[in-house]
Design a protein around this ligand. Structure first.
Ligand code: ZN
Length: 175
């Protein structure tokens, strides 16, 4: 399943969560798009392809949890568990669209009332910005080193040319 994640929520957590719902519904997806939208959880499901798009509200659903990263307890933001159940409901609705079922043939009440306890205590975490910063710094250092190397190589070439010039002069003035 290809996940196109346009949000700042962790793609690995989204995949794990989606796989749980998909397994429960015995469905498979080729593409899952995750994006932001104002208001409520929304979704779109293709009638002909195994393609689903889910939209999450942007800011409302976060709280601070904590997790051990490299052995150190660090705070992180999560989409709360009960919100995941709302997302699971939407995902289930879109799965039915993937199976060619239109709204008029859909039992929406059954989807709402279904048991979503299989989701357990799963959460979707915010992407770890700390790691990205590390990558950015590494990339910056690499770019800087490349620039300095080029600069020093140019200096060396100039110096070599200068040495040659003075060698020629010395040779000429000696004769
Ligand atoms: Zn629908």
């Amino acid at each position: 399943m290809k996940i196109i994640n346009k949000t700042t929520w962790d793609s690995k957590d989204i995949r794990e969560f989606a796989n749980k719902v998909l397994k429960k519904e015995a469905h498979q997806l080729d593409t899952l798009v995750i994006k932001y939208q104002q208001g409520m959880v929304a979704g779109r499901g293709s009638y002909s392809r195994r393609w689903i798009s889910l939209s999450f509200p942007n800011w409302k659903w976060e709280k601070i949890g904590s997790d051990r990263i490299n052995g150190i307890k660090q705070p992180f933001q999560v989409i709360e568990n009960d919100k995941l159940k709302a997302i699971a409901k939407t995902l289930r609705h879109e799965i039915l669209h993937n199976r060619g079922i239109h709204h008029k043939d859909m039992d929406s009440a059954r989807i709402r009332k279904a048991d979503y306890s299989y989701i357990g205590d799963m959460v979707i975490r915010r992407k770890q910005i700390k790691d990205n910063t590390k990558i950015d710094l590494k990339q910056k250092r690499y770019e800087h080193s490349k620039l300095m190397l080029k600069h020093k190589q140019t200096q060396l070439k100039r110096l070599q040319n200068s040495i040659k010039k003075w060698q020629r002069k010395v040779k000429y003035e000696y004769q």
